[in-house]
Design a protein around this ligand. Structure first.
Ligand code: NI
Length: 168
């Protein structure tokens, strides 16, 4: 397991736009593997390359909508683009780069993404609920956008203690 250091919101790297991945080589595979290890160790639901200091368009999203008894799994998205959205959800969001702060963000309920895999093959994937939220949150990171700039309001400590919140 290789954990990479996660940048926090004070660091300017997180506000920069990321460049596309053009080489699907062992360096990219190492980055994706390290991001997955880091996400698992941090118990998060999503991680974007700029959060580990790499300004390239790659993210990991944990698919949590799995049938009972099946394992959650991580989706690798290279050069992802949102190609369809529908519905709306309004809920609490957090970020591994913004520890212990949560806020209410409006996102689509369903999101379809087109991306490349680690070998450069194009594919499409759909997500609902938390997964849809996570696709949007992580792809925002690639544009240098942190969820706090999309928050309608931050949550108080009492509200945080009242409910369970996932980190992205
Ligand atoms: Ni985040």
């Amino acid at each position: 397991m290789a954990r990479r250091n996660i940048l926090t919101k004070e660091q300017p790297t997180l506000y920069k736009k990321c460049r596309p991945v053009t080489e699907f080589n062992s360096r990219l595979h190492q980055l994706l593997d390290d991001m997955k290890d880091t996400l698992a160790l941090e118990n998060g639901v999503g991680l974007a390359a700029p959060q580990v200091g790499v300004l390239r368009r790659a993210v990991i999203v944990l698919e949590t909508n799995v049938p009972e008894g099946e394992e959650e799994y991580m989706i690798e998205l290279v050069n992802p683009e949102i190609i369809e959205t529908s519905g709306e959800q309004y809920g609490a969001e957090g970020c591994l780069s913004v520890p212990e702060e949560y806020g209410m963000v409006r996102r689509p309920m369903h999101v379809k993404v087109r991306a490349q895999d680690r070998n450069g093959e194009t594919f499409e994937v759909e997500g609902d609920g938390l997964t849809a939220r996570c696709f949007c949150h992580e792809i925002d990171h690639l544009e240098g956008i942190i969820f706090t700039s999309r928050c309608e309001r931050m949550l108080s400590r009492e509200e945080l203690e009242a409910g369970s919140i996932e980190e992205e």
